[in-house]
Design a protein around this ligand. Structure first.
Ligand code: HEM
Length: 334
């Protein structure tokens, strides 16, 4: 989150700093830390570690209780842990999402060179674009991203899940292999197949997209050294080239898929460039599966640790949608 409004005081009301030169603190890559507010949490940050995702919940609880809006100078970002976040999301003019895809840890020189030489120019399809660009692209994408295009996938998703669960059960009956692995057997592939299909991408590339998505997450929100970034930089180049290739293929061959629909819209006069269509592909080929793989994994991980809740859901499956909402709230995957 970055604060675009400067000089009017910190929208969170950072006490004495609001309205002064050190108030209206910017957050996010590219902002000068010199204008950030002084940290109020000492060296401990209430136990919060920006790159530690194993068990962040005690730190979140401490933040909610002690400093629900914390400026973290280590990453130059605000960490907002109470429902105040709703006000932030609602007020896009003050709290820009322009840095939503900016690397939290600065990109190193080797990775930058690899990505420049590989023609990597992707940034964000939608989430980090701001009005009027966001409004323009979203309006065009929304016309192609119809419920109908996704509704047709439903029976295919159900069948895919049922087949995998049957295979897990069959393996469970075999005493030699006598276990299932929810991430490997279900959560990894099902969401990925589900998004590759409407985008007209070859399912044989599933493992590539997983590898590229892992790299995208690591390069955006991870804490990689300059050396560690190198293989991921190569992956991002491959990923972006695949998105460009999808657009080129839609131009050459058409097709019954979302990318081809966007190319058709462009030919019919919609104001969207090939680069923007490739950027939408770049977004969806990450957002459309990474989040859901993580949601399934987080949900099962939480439920496995709570037999009483699990029993309630087995007894009354109508409670499942509410339980999923609660997982999204408690252990969000995005
Ligand atoms: C558990 C699943 C998911 C979660 C938790 C999730 C969460 C989010 C969040 C928090 C945002 C940012 C919203 C904002 O900036 O205001 C977002 C944006 C977006 N998500 Fe998801 N998402 C999920 C699944 C998906 C799927 C399956 C797709 C595609 C099929 C998708 C496509 C998008 C797109 C295109 C945007 C950008 C929207 C815009 O800026 O206009 N997401 N998602």
């Amino acid at each position: 989150m970055s604060l675009e409004t400067q000089g009017t005081g910190c929208p969170f009301g950072f006490g004495a700093q609001a309205g002064t030169d050190t108030g209206a603190a910017p957050a996010g890559a590219g902002h000068a830390p010199s204008s950030a507010p002084a940290a109020t949490h000492g060296a401990t940050h209430h136990g919060y570690e920006p790159f530690q995702m194993k068990n962040p919940f005690p730190a979140y609880a401490a933040l909610r209780a002690e400093e629900p809006v914390m400026y973290d100078e280590r990453i130059d970002l605000f960490v907002v842990t109470r429902y105040d976040i709703k006000a932030v999301f609602d007020d896009w003019e003050t709290f820009s999402s322009g840095n939503a895809q900016a690397p939290v840890r600065k990109r190193g020189p080797q990775a930058t060179q690899i990505m420049n030489e590989g023609g990597f120019t992707a940034y964000s399809g939608l989430s980090a674009r701001i009005h009027p660009e966001h409004t323009r692209i979203r309006g065009i994408v929304q016309k192609a991203f119809t419920p109908r295009r996704f509704k047709v996938l439903e029976p295919f998703i159900r069948q895919n899940v049922a087949d995998r669960l049957d295979a897990m059960i069959a393996r469970g009956q075999d005493t030699a292999t006598h276990h299932g692995e929810i991430v490997k057997d279900l959560a990894y592939e099902v969401p990925t197949i589900t998004i590759l299909t409407p985008l007209g991408e070859d399912l044989a590339k599933l493992d590539d997209y997983k590898r590229w998505s892992d790299s995208r997450a690591a390069m955006t929100w991870g804490d990689l050294s300059d050396e560690e970034q190198i293989p991921h930089a190569h992956n991002l180049v491959e990923y972006w080239q695949a998105c460009l290739a999808l657009v080129a293929k839609a131009h050459a061959e058409g097709g019954d898929n979302l990318i081809a629909d966007l190319v058709t819209a462009q030919k019919d006069g919609a104001e969207i460039s090939d680069h923007e269509i490739a950027s939408v592909a770049y977004s969806l080929l990450f957002a459309g599966h990474e989040t859901t793989t993580t949601l399934i994994s987080n949900a099962l991980h939480l439920l496995a640790a709570d037999a009483a809740v699990w029993a309630q859901l087995v007894e009354d499956p109508k409670k499942i949608p509410g339980a999923i909402d609660e997982v999204l709230r408690y252990s969000g995957s995005a």
